[in-house]
Design a binder for this molecule. Sequence first.
Ligand code: MG
Length: 257
Amino acid sequence: MKYKGYFIDLDGTIYAGKKRIPAAKRFVERLQSQNIPFMFVTNNSTKLPRDVVADLRDNHDIHVNESNVYTSGMATADYIKEQTEPDEHPSVYIVGEMGLYQVLLQAGLEISNDHPDYVVVGLDSDLTYEKIVEAVLNIRDGSTFIGTNPDTNIPKERGMLPGAGSVVKFVEHATQIEPIMIGKPKARIIESALNKIGLEKKDVVMVGDNYNTDILAGINAGIDTLLVYSGLSTREEVAKEKIKPTHEIDSLDEWQE
Ligand SMILES: [Mg+2]
């Protein structure tokens, strides 16, 4: 099974929190030496590609380009662009951080809290009640509700902190409206990434440590999947799943491109 392109998760797959995964560095270097295109497909909307590149370089000695990074924020911008005529400039109200603001501004969206076309909700470490109020009132008034990603939690040293999905649920509960969700395990982020990498579904594999996000995203999008047991999911858990990953390995060192 030779693939022409790779979509790769970050935390649990390429690094383990602050800890390095040496097999992952070797895997990335093998892809680079064979000129196989790859993109890190991450649900994290708070970071810009340059932040991800810098973190990989400074903390993990992994050297990639910004074009190797695809965040749920970028997928959100691409999704809105797909819904928009070339001469339209939709407006958006954002609950999120600079990473999300920047990608949506770069996509030509105007920021507004007065009847915006879209309300985009992601992780926001400066979340306030007032931001939620603006989001809720605008969605109730007809703005299209988009969630960057459904992650309930983010694993950190302190424990399982609330993730973007928890913020989205807050707004969903108060509006009784279900959002359009972009990130893994939804197929949308994979479909947008396929557009970006310019390959067909049969030629790409989604690599990740989490059955419920990475692998399901690949399954939902109809691409092959590779589960590496270096992070969250265990063989015992995955054995109970009806739909198995296409490939399962314990370390990326086992994988031959
Ligand atoms: Mg992961």
